[in-house]
Structure formats: structure tokens, C-alpha cells
Design a protein around this ligand. Structure first.
Ligand SMILES: Cc1cc2nc3c(=O)[nH]c(=O)nc-3n(C[C@H](O)[C@H](O)[C@H](O)COP(=O)(O)OP(=O)(O)OC[C@H]3O[C@@H](n4cnc5c(N)ncnc54)[C@H](O)[C@@H]3O)c2cc1C
Length: 594
């Protein structure tokens, strides 16, 4: 970042640094034994549940967050600056995967938010619910009809208020108001700044790539207008939506800079104690009713394993005393693999012009909360099914069955973005990216402890392409991307592919050999940022899985998991809308049980 941008950023800190009931030092937590619930992790789900439980003034909650407060952090607030919260910053856990055997032993980033609001404070803000069949499958797998799509509509609505975009454009036909909430804390909108790319995408749509008015209708096939968690030109996170307005509640305390290391049972039978460290000194907090884990897909299993809850054989091998043998902890890690297809554009914006545009956009946001900086990434997104009459797809389906959970559920996503200037101020590039994402991954990875340092970073193995069908779907997704840009308008817009491996694929299109395609995929696959499933739900009483459908950890008293680690399958979209729904339902179930 140039010094000018840094200065603009500092001048523009817009949220007053009043911390209300947010304790910066965990030593200041007023009481260590008087809370009904202690929630571990002040991220997306933890913030929602803390907020909902304390609607009842008789219920007290302590919310513990390892990172700092989100308040006053410019890079979190400005949608267009999201990359400044990326790896290498204190807002991020900065994890990396273990070498991926099916990706030429490359390691892949594993970012997660390390700040109040968690990953909702640093994410790309896309709001997509997935398909109705995704949630119906959760209901079938767990035997709990409460997870059915139809049953969950009340929670989608409860969490959300759909707001007008800041440019005031006519949104008719860009989303369906009947599908959205009007009273919820989370603000969702469509893009408040138009780009020439929008018309190029919309002008391409036809029978193969149809238009969809609102992809949150449960049958998301087609290209539509992107919905994002943005309101009044600023990021709407779980922290801004569910915490900031409720800091005056006397029954809610929040402590940041509070790294939880383990949980335990003071009486030997029911989990009630949370150990956190403040400047290296351990502090024990006890919950009168329950401990709720919301540390996210990587850290919830990390805490459980370090507390002796996990596979007994693996724990014993690391000399960790076994509290409860639960072999599924950390297993079933699910992530949607993505390949960013990157072209130079035929009319690149000169670097000086792009830099000037960037500065102008920041200045405009600082003064009016409008302009390019109110955009998350891009205004359009598409979801598609594989071409079932293609011979290779026919063979794939014959061998593996239908991979999506239902006939109106997509197999892949295409995400168009243009970098006339980008949030990393990478001005020399004027690239077009068409991300291809496999939405139906069957590979399952794991989160385990590092035997040389169990308290250190978890070992994260996405295990990409261990299920052979996943790379076959990725081939189809990339062919879909190339088909999308095959029209004359697009060919005029695009120049050469950026990498030699991608150039080889484009050169062979439409008859790309599997050798050329797979060489590209294995060298280029990365994450889509939607890891879930490391502590999956299963039916009550099942001898696999980690939690029952009511969030209780199997065989352990006093403990629930309320975060995205409980998803048995990833929804066919981005994960945060599902995370808000999980948390809203968890809060209702917990309220009903007290
Ligand atoms: C870079 C990025 C981009 C993304 N983009 C999108 C997007 O555009 N759209 C979308 O739908 N989804 C997106 N996601 C995913 C989405 O944000 C997550 O699925 C969602 O936030 C997960 O919610 P959670 O509560 O399970 O975990 P998190 O929101 O990650 O919260 C976990 C919290 O627990 C805290 N914590 C962890 N360990 C400890 C500990 N030991 N002690 C105390 N606190 C702890 C963390 O600091 C964090 O605040 C993105 C994620 C990332 C990382």
C-alpha cells in the first residue's frame, strides 16, 4: 500500500473507539463464575448466539474472543479494502494447509477471522444460501426435520434486512423481496456501484447460462445479481449487526484478546470450565449452564482435541489424557476447491490512471460512503449444472451417481471479477478473473494436532481431489468458464491467458485433453474460503459424527458446538448465510431448553 493510501485510511477511521462492554483485558472480566453460558469464539456464530440468548434479561453470557475488537478498523469497515485483512495481518489466524498430495504438494492458505465478528469481519461478503436440497439433505442425514429448507425459512428471514444499495438504482428484477427479511440485524444488499463488466455478463446470458432473478430461491441455477452483507456502504458483520447495538445489556460481557486453550469439567462429569490465557497466564471461567464452542471450523476441533475429546488412540499417542473417545472430531473437513482463470484484458488501464481512480474511490467513500469502495468483489455471479448430455459427464454420473443433492442444485459456480484496480493496489494488472468453483466436493480432509506442538497451529489437510469425482467436476467447471467467454463480445474484451498452463488449456479448447486440463488444475487449485464440517452433525445416538442435531456434543454433558464445523455437507454456495441460520436455530433450541 502506498503511503497516501495508508494516510487516507488513518484519517478515515469512522467508528468511534468506544468499547462499551468489550473488555480489552481478560483480567477485567467482572466475574469468573456467574455466567450462565460461556461462548468460546466471538465470530459469526458466537456473536449471533450471544446476542439472541441475552435478549432474555435473566440469561447471562460471557463471549470470549481470541482476537481484538472490530470497532474502528477501517479495513474491516470499507468493503473494497477487504484484502487488507488477509493473511499476514492480526485480523487473521494466518493458517496454511499441510502439503496437498494431489496438488503437486503445494500448501494452500487457510485464512479465518481473528477479531470480533470472526470471519464475517474479513470475508468477501457474498450472501448466497445454496439450494433447498442442501438443507433437506442435512435433515435426511441427521434425522431432524428442523433442518429442512422450508423449516429454516423463518431463520433466514429473522437474521436479515434487505436494504437499498447506496447508489439508489432501481433494483426491481435484481432480487425477489418476498424471499428476504425486513426486520433482522444483518444488512444485505445488491451492488451499490455499477461496472461495465455487469452488462458484459448480463449480455451473455442465454439458454445455457440463464438469468435468475434471485439465487436465494432454493433453486439457484443461473446468473444473477450478487447479494452482499453490506449496508449503507459499509460491511455488515455479525459483530456490527448482532453486538454493537446491544453492548448496554448488563447480562452480556465480551472479552477480546482472550485465547481459549481448553475446556474441562470441574466436577469430573459435566463440562463447565473454560481456560483462557491472558499474557501467558491461565484464567479459568466457569459456566453455570453450558459451554458453547464457536471457535470455527479449524479451532473448535483444535480446542476439543487439546481437551482430551477426540480419537482416543490418536490422543494417547500424543500423551493427551483422554476425557471422551469421539473419533470423528476433526474429520469430515470439507472445502470447495476453486481455480481462478485469469486473463489480461484487451484495454488495460494504465497504472497511473488506476492509482488515481483508487485514490478517488477512497476519498469518495470517506466523504459519502459511495463509489467503487462499496463493492465487495463484483456485481454478478453464476451457478450451473454440468451438461448431462456430454459423454464425459454421462460416464461420471454412471460411475458416481448424481453428485448434487437435487436436480435444481448446481454443480459449479462461476464468479466474474475485473481488476481495473484491485484492493491490493496491484495497479499494473488489468486482469479478468473467472473463478470456477466445485460446489459438490466429496473429498474429506481433517484438522489434527501437531504432534510436535499440540497447542500450536492445527494441521489442516483439505485432502483435495482424494475423491476422484472432484477433479472431474472441476474439469467441467473450467470448460463451462471457457464456454461462457467464447462469444465475440467476450473475445474482444479478453487478451491472453495469464499463466502458461492456462494458456495451454485455452489453446486446446474446446477439445482439451485431460492431461493438459489436469496439469492446470493440480497446479492452480486453491480454496473458496468455505471450509466446514470438521465436527459434523449426525443422528442422535449415532456412533459417528460429533454433535447431535440439537448441537450437543455426543456423550459429553454441558457442551454444545454452534458453529460451521457442524455442517455435514457444504451448501452449494458461500457458507455465511448458512452460518447465520445455524446460529439463529441454535439460539432458539438453547433458549427452549432452559
Ligand atoms: C477470507 C474469507 C472470505 C470469506 N468469504 C465469504 C463470502 O464472501 N461469503 C460467505 O458466505 N462466506 C465467506 N467466508 C466464510 C464465512 O465467513 C464463514 O463460513 C463463517 O464466518 C464461519 O462462521 P463461524 O462462526 O463458524 O467461524 P468464524 O466466523 O471464523 O468465527 C470463529 C471465531 O472464533 C475465534 N476463536 C477461534 N479460536 C479461538 C480460541 N482458541 N479462543 C478464543 N476465540 C477463538 C476466532 O478468532 C473467530 O472470531 C469467508 C471466510 C474467509 C476466511
Amino acid at each position: 500500500m502506498s503511503p497516501t493510501f495508508a494516510l487516507l485510511g488513518l484519517l478515515a477511521v469512522s467508528v468511534p473507539l468506544c468499547n462499551g462492554k468489550i473488555y480489552e483485558d481478560p483480567n477485567e472480566i467482572p466475574s469468573l463464575d456467574s455466567y450462565d453460558y460461556v461462548i468460546v469464539g466471538g465470530g459469526l456464530t458466537g456473536s449471533v448466539v450471544a446476542s439472541r440468548l441475552t435478549e432474555n434479561s435473566n440469561t447471562s453470557v460471557l463471549l470470549l474472543e481470541a482476537g481484538g475488537s472490530h470497532q474502528g478498523v477501517y479495513y474491516i469497515e470499507v468493503p473494497g479494502l477487504q484484502n487488507f485483512t488477509g493473511p499476514g495481518t492480526s485480523y487473521n489466524w494466518n493458517y496454511t494447509s499441510v502439503p496437498q498430495v494431489n496438488l503437486l504438494n503445494n500448501t494452500i492458505p487457510a485464512p479465518r477471522g481473528h477479531v470480533l465478528g470472526g470471519s464475517s469481519s474479513i470475508n468477501g461478503m457474498w450472501y448466497t444460501r445454496g439450494s433447498s436440497a442442501d438443507y433437506d439433505r442435512w435433515a435426511n442425514v441427521t434425522g431432524d426435520q428442523g433442518w429442512l429448507w422450508d423449516e429454516l425459512q423463518t431463520y433466514f428471514e429473522k437474521s436479515e434486512t434487505f436494504t437499498s444499495p447506496v447508489d439508489g438504482h432501481n433494483t426491481s428484477g435484481q432480487y425477489d423481496p418476498a424471499l428476504h427479511g425486513t426486520q433482522g440485524p444483518l444488512q444485505v444488499t445488491v451492488g451499490g456501484y455499477s461496472q461495465s463488466l455487469d452488462q458484459l455478463v448480463m449480455g451473455r446470458l442465454d439458454e445455457q447460462f440463464p438469468f435468475i432473478e434471485d439465487y436465494d430461491d432454493g433453486e439457484p441455477i443461473g446468473f444473477g445479481w450478487t447479494q452482499t452483507t453490506i449496508g449503507n456502504g459499509s460491511r455488515s458483520s455479525a459483530a456490527t449487526a448482532y453486538l454493537d447495538n446491544y453492548l448496554n445489556r448488563t447480562n452480556l460481557d465480551i472479552a477480546v484478546n482472550s485465547l481459549v486453550t481448553r475446556i474441562s469439567a470441574s466436577n469430573g462429569s459435566s463440562i463447565d470450565t473454560v481456560t483462557l490465557t491472558a499474557n501467558g497466564i491461565p484464567i479459568n471461567v466457569t459456566a453455570r449452564v453450558e459451554v458453547l464452542l464457536a471457535a470455527g471450523v479449524f479451532n473448535t476441533p483444535h480446542i476439543l482435541l487439546n481437551s482430551g475429546i477426540g480419537d482416543a488412540t490418536e490422543l494417547s499417542a500424543m500423551n493427551i489424557p483422554v476425557v471422551h473417545n469421539l473419533p470423528s472430531v476433526g474429520k469430515n473437513l470439507t472445502e470447495q476447491p476453486a481455480v481462478s482463470n485469469l486473463w489480461n484484458t484487451s484495454s488495460p488501464v494504465p497504472a497511473a490512471e488506476a492509482e488515481a481512480a483508487y485514490e478517488q474511490a477512497l476519498a469518495q467513500w470517506n466523504s459519502t460512503r459511495t463509489g467503487r469502495m462499496v463493492l465487495a468483489i463484483s456485481n454478478t455471479v453464476g451457478f450451473a449444472r454440468m451438461n448431462m448430455s456430454n459423454l464425459e459427464v454421462e460416464a461420471l454420473v454412471e460411475q458416481y451417481g448424481e453428485l448434487a443433492p437435487g436436480p435444481a442444485s448446481p454443480h459449479f459456480e462461476l464468479l466474474p471479477t475485473v481488476n481495473a484496480f484491485d484492493a491490493e493496489a496491484n495497479f499494473a494488472n488489468a486482469e479478468f478473473i473467472l473463478d470456477a468453483v466445485n460446489l459438490v466436493p466429496y473429498s474429506r480432509g481433517s484438522v489434527t494436532l501437531d504432534p510436535t506442538n499440540p497447542m500450536g497451529n492445527p494441521l489442516i489437510d483439505y485432502n483435495f481431489y482424494s475423491a476422484p469425482q472432484d477433479i472431474l467436476v472441476m474439469r467441467q467447471a473450467i470448460l463451462g468458464a471457457l464456454s461462457f467467454v467464447s462469444t465475440p463480445d467476450w473475445q474482444e474484451f479478453l487478451a491472453d491467458p495469464v499463466s502458461p498452463l492456462f494458456a495451454a488449456v485455452v489453446g486446446e479448447y474446446p477439445n482439451v485433453s485431460n492431461t493438459t486440463m489436469d496439469a492446470y488444475i493440480r497446479a492452480s487449485t486453491t480454496i473458496s474460503f468455505h471450509a466446514v464440517g470438521s465436527c459434523s452433525m449426525s443422528p442422535a445416538g449415532a456412533d459417528w459424527g460429533v454433535v447431535d442435531p440439537d448441537f450437543h456434543v455426543k456423550g459429553v454433558k454441558g457442551l454444545r458446538i454452534i458453529d460451521t464445523s457442524i455442517m455435514p455437507f457444504a451448501p452449494a454456495g458461500h457458507s455465511q448465510a448458512a452460518a447465520y441460520v445455524i446460529a439463529e436455530r441454535a439460539a432458539d433450541i438453547i433458549k427452549a431448553s432452559t
